[in-house]
Design a protein around this ligand. Sequence first.
Ligand code: ATP
Length: 215
Amino acid sequence: MMKAPIGILGGTFDPIHIGHLRPAIEAQGTLGLAEVRLVPNHIPPHRASPFCTSEQRLAMVRLAAAETPGFVVDERELRRNSPSYTIETLIELRRELPDTPLCFLMGMDSLLGLPGWHRWRELLDYAHLVVSMRPGWQPDYPAEVASLLARHQSRQVSDLHRHRHGHIWLADNLPIELSATRLRALLAAGQDPRYLLPASVASYIRQQGLYQPAP
Ligand code: ATP
């Protein structure tokens, strides 16, 4: 018996914000996702973000999940302690959840850059791709992405329930023009980030003194 699909959203989450959460909540509703897993990426120490530690990113993702019904945190990429490719995470999840359709969620910027990803052609052998609109990234697809879409795009929600992988869904989400980079700049300028991220995450940022203006 096929299970309901789950969503998987990988990211740096430095910090997590409404540009991550709103499209994922909309996908959850439109596609009937049984759960959305937030998967914080490991960032190699030599390219470490100057902003906050993995523990702090994880703490913020946990706070966001705690106030979002159906959202859970998957720590596997942080536990691995070395950068992991999405394909490896999807292979593991497929092994653990053999009868569950997997929907890998990403923004339009990620779809446009997909041909640069490790073993990108195999991603659809393990999951569906659910792509959210993101202001600033127009759907001007490079040839390889256009041909992938021609073969795999689906407009039927039922395709994502009846098959465990192999379809691409282009979401009609409310576009949110926010990036973590922009949010960090706003915080560094001493602005109040209220309504751009969960209130619990904003309090954590304040308590920990993250992304603050230089003294
Ligand atoms: P940064 O500005 O630090 O590069 P970011 O805000 O782009 O970060 P990431 O953690 O790199 O966030 O993104 C994780 C995933 O969330 C990616 O698939 C990305 O496309 C998606 N995403 C991030 N922001 C948005 C947004 N505003 N709208 C739609 N998708 C988004």
